[in-house]
Design a protein around this ligand. Structure first.
Ligand code: SF4
Length: 386
């Protein structure tokens, strides 16, 4: 097997793991007696769960075919993401988890947590209150307290002690994941990126639904293989995808099928933003975790007062990847990313940028329409070829 084939094989393996909520890797982990805690949104400090000896798994309602079970519990102004999540939970698709940890990412996800707890009654559930402002020590102090509350709650329910040594080891493990992911993102800035945007999304999501040590080992190999890979040459335009909790590989594939190679992203959930931080091992580990998640990681729309920083980050990402245009996407009724869309439009107009806005429901079905719109966009920015 040559390098290109091995890269493909690793990426296909990651994609396979992302194709169902309860994949083969998780099944094997559970069969050996492992405990899994499902997490909602990327503000949950996974390091703490790892240190507690439980596997954090970011839940995704992948493969959901309906949201009927959610009809009585949510309103028409709740986004499709939370409805599919609730429906999947109600139908037992997340029965493999031993507990649930959510954050107050938005009112919709709060409602999801409330319904999950009051109706479906998971054996263990915890809501971590994440500050809504990025700015000073007060918020970091508050988040540190919240992280310590989560620690106490995990210790009590799972009957474990989270020692500083275990937490340090967990931080090292997760820091390594982020370092490798960033290295892969860097390689995608090349003229001929080694992997597509759809493959990269699979890489990022796989890291949230399998044991981390095994993931890091495969990621190490992938980064190594990608160093001097031949790379992709048959594309027409380089684009950055910007938006919320997008977890559909099919959506990215529909975009890329029209020659718009996704070379960078700034996404709410699974993109480079979540990997763009390192947690210090010096001093108070809990404060370090809070500082990294709140202050160091590039801001997302829910953090007040960060508009300029968000735009700056997006522009930097696009510039470094030598992007020709932006594709902005969001799930309808998502107020956080909906407002972002309005602000984004202002910047686009001011600067005369190439931009396409694509809405997508949480479960992506509009493949034909997406392909047609991306095709027109690519033609408009390349005028016949790059
Ligand atoms: S998609 Fe938007 S509205 Fe829905 S849970 Fe996520 S942030 Fe909240």
């Amino acid at each position: 097997m040559d390098k290109t084939e091995r890269i493909q094989e690793i990426c296909d393996g990651f994609r396979e793991l992302c194709s169902v909520p309860y994949n083969e890797s998780l099944k094997a982990y559970k069969e050996e007696g492992g405990k899994i805690v499902g997490t909602l949104y990327n503000q949950v400090p996974e390091e703490l769960l790892t240190a507690a000896g439980v596997l954090p798994v970011r839940l995704r309602a992948v493969g959901s075919t309906g949201a009927e079970a959610a009809d009585a519990r949510f309103t028409q102004v709740n986004c499709s993401l939370v409805k599919h999540f609730y429906d999947s939970a109600a139908k037992g698709r997340f029965d493999f988890i031993d507990g649930l940890v959510s954050t107050n990412g938005c009112d919709h996800v709060r409602k999801l947590h409330e319904n999950w707890v009051s109706v479906l009654k998971p054996a263990y559930a915890h809501m971590l209150c994440f500050p809504k402002r990025q700015g000073d020590d007060l918020q970091v102090t508050q988040l540190t307290k919240e992280i310590k509350k989560l620690k106490a709650s995990l210790e009590e329910y799972f009957g474990v002690e989270i020692t500083d040594e275990a937490l340090k080891n967990a931080i090292v493990l997760h820091n390594r994941t982020r370092e490798l992911q960033c290295a892969l993102y860097d390689l995608r800035k090349k003229e001929n990126p080694p992997i597509t945007g759809a493959q990269m999304l699979a890489v990022m999501m796989a890291g949230t639904c399998m044991p981390r040590e095994a993931y890091n080992a495969q990621l190490e190999e992938l980064v190594e293989l990608c160093q001097d890979a031949e790379g992709i040459t048959d594309y027409k335009a380089r684009v950055v995808v910007y938006g919320g909790e997008i977890d559909s590989i099919d959506f990215f594939e529909a975009i890329e099928s029209q020659g718009a190679l996704i070379v960078a992203d700034s996404l709410g959930g699974y993109g480079k933003r979540s990997a763009d931080m390192q947690i210090s091992l010096e001093g108070d580990l809990y404060a370090n975790i809070a500082n990294a998640y709140l202050m160091e990681r590039p801001a997302e729309p829910r953090l007040h007062g960060t508009r300029a920083a968000r735009w700056e980050y997006l522009e930097k990402v696009a510039e470094e990847a030598n992007a020709d245009g932006y594709i902005q996407t969001f799930i309808p009724i998502c107020d956080l990313w909906g407002y972002e869309r309005v602000m984004f439009a202002t910047e686009v107009e001011k600067k005369g940028l190439n931009c396409l806005v694509l809405d997508t429901e949480y479960i992506f079905t509009a493949s034909g329409q997406t392909r047609t719109r991306v095709q027109a966009f690519v033609e408009s920015i390349t005028e016949g070829g790059r």
